[in-house]
Ligand binder design. Sequence first.
Ligand code: GUN
Length: 300
Amino acid sequence: MTSAKLIDGNAFSAGLRDEIAARVREIRDEHHVTPGLAVVLVGEDPASQVYVRNKNKRAMECGMDSFEHILPADTPEHHVLNLIEGLNDDPAVHGILVQLPLPRHIDSQKVIEAIRPDKDVDGFHPWNVGKLASGGIGLIPCTPLGSLMMLRDHLGPLAGMKAIVVGRSNIVGKPMAHLLIRESCTVTVAHSQTRDLPAEVRAADIVVAAVGRPEMIRGDWIKPGATVIDVGINRVVDHQTGKNKLVGDVAFAEAVQVAGAITPVPGGVGPMTIACLLRNTLTAAARLHRLDIPEAHPWA
Ligand code: GUN
C-alpha cells in the first residue's frame, strides 16, 4: 500500500511569513513605511474570535501594525460602514479585513463594497473579483492563493492538468477556479447539483475540496497519484474518544492511500490562509506607497 506525500502547510507558511517579515523590515528601514492591517469583527462567534486573534498575532510577529476593531453583535450597519470609511482614509492602514459571516441584519455585500479596492486584502470587492477573472492585477483571495502556492510548490507548472474544484463559494470555489484557469488547467467546478460527482473527481489530476461537508470526498473517488488540496475545516465528534476533532472535506485516511500528495487537516491549507493575508497586506502597502519590491511569487 502506498501513502501520499503530505503537503505541510505549517512549514510552508512559516517560510512564507519569514520572507514577509524580512520585506517588512526592509521597507520600514529604507522607506519608513510599516504595513498596517485592520481587522473588523462584529459579534461574538467563538471560531471568528480565534481567527481574528491569530491574524493579529501573526501580523505583529511579521513586524506589521495590527488594528483590531471588535464590535457588539447588534452594531447597526451604518456604524460598520462609517468605521470602514475611516479605515479607508487612514494612512496607517494598508489592509482591511471584515471577518465573515456578519450578523444577519448587516448586508455583507454592501460592507465588502465599502472597502477601498486597493486595501481589500481579502480580494472580495467586485473590482478585485473582476481583475482576477479578467487576468488583471488586483488582490487575490487568501485561501485560493495559499492553495495555489502549495500546488505550484509540489507540481511546478500546472498547464494542461485537469483540475476539479468542489464547491462554488465566492470565498474559495470561484476564485480558485479562476486561478487554475489562469494556470492553464482544464477546470471543472462541481457543486450540489453536479451529476455523478465521484466520476468527475476521478478524472482530475488536481482536486480542491471546498464544500464544508466533513469527509464527503471518499478515497475511491481519487485518481491514483492525484494531488489533493483539502480546504474544509469541519468540527466533528470523534466516535472513539467522544471528543471534538477537526476533519476536512476529504476522507483523509482513505485518500492518503490513493493520492500522490495531500494536505492534512489541520496543518494544511489553514495556516497558508493567514500567511497569504499578510502577504496581501505587504503587497497593498508596497503598491499604495509605490515601493518597488519584488513579488514573492511572480506567478501569483
Ligand atoms: N470567514 C471565513 N473565511 C474568511 C476569509 O477568508 N475572510 C474573511 N474576511 N472572513 C472569512
